[in-house]
Structure formats: structure tokens, C-alpha cells
Design a protein around this ligand. Structure first.
Ligand SMILES: [Zn+2]
Length: 106
């Protein structure tokens, strides 16, 4: 008799009902918190006139995973102070590895 039990990695082909790992809802609108001026505290700002995107994955302090760090240049509309707003963005297709379990899906 042939032994079919192996300890090979991976799942047997055609297996059904396999438990799905928890996955974050794929593309979803990216909410960016309002940013404020470090000088005067105003959240009124001019349009972003430049941005850089850094592909960098991690978990933010609030538990949200991110795959990009985006920096946007702007000028405070109240006092004219230039600043760089840093935003974390999550793009599911760029996440490498397992989804973290504590991903907030709200
Ligand atoms: Zn300001």
C-alpha cells in the first residue's frame, strides 16, 4: 500500500473548506487625519505641492498596518509656515507576509 501521508509543506491540492486567515478589506478609502501647523496649530493649509512616497511597511502605534510613508509638502494658510505632513498608507497588495491579526477592520 502506498503511503500518501506526507509532511510536505503547503496544502493538498483541491482541499476545500480551508480556514481563511483574517484579511483586511482590500482597497478601502484611506483616511488621513487632519494635520495642523506646528507653529500656530491651524489646520488650514494650502494645497500639497510636492510629495514623496517611501515604500515602508510596518504597524503604526494605533495598530494599523501601513505599506507606504507618504510625505506631502504644504504651507500653513494661517501663518505661512512650511511643513511636511507625513501620512501612512496601507495598500493591501503591497503587504508582504501574513496579515497582522490586530488589524482594525472598521
Ligand atoms: Zn501656521
Amino acid at each position: 500500500m502506498r503511503q500518501t501521508k506526507t509532511t510536505k509543506r503547503g496544502r493538498p491540492r483541491g482541499s476545500r473548506n480551508r480556514p481563511k486567515p483574517p484579511v483586511v478589506e482590500a482597497p478601502r478609502p484611506i483616511k488621513q487625519p487632519k494635520t495642523t501647523c506646528p507653529s500656530c496649530g491651524s489646520d488650514e493649509r494650502g494645497p500639497y505641492f510636492h510629495k514623496t512616497v517611501q515604500k515602508y511597511s510596518g504597524i503604526a502605534p494605533d495598530g494599523m498596518p501601513y505599506t507606504r510613508v507618504v510625505r506631502r509638502w504644504t504651507i500653513c494658510a494661517a501663518c505661512g509656515q512650511r511643513r511636511i505632513d507625513r501620512h501612512r498608507e496601507f495598500h493591501a497588495d503591497e503587504w508582504v507576509g501574513e496579515m497582522p491579526e490586530n488589524v482594525a477592520t472598521g
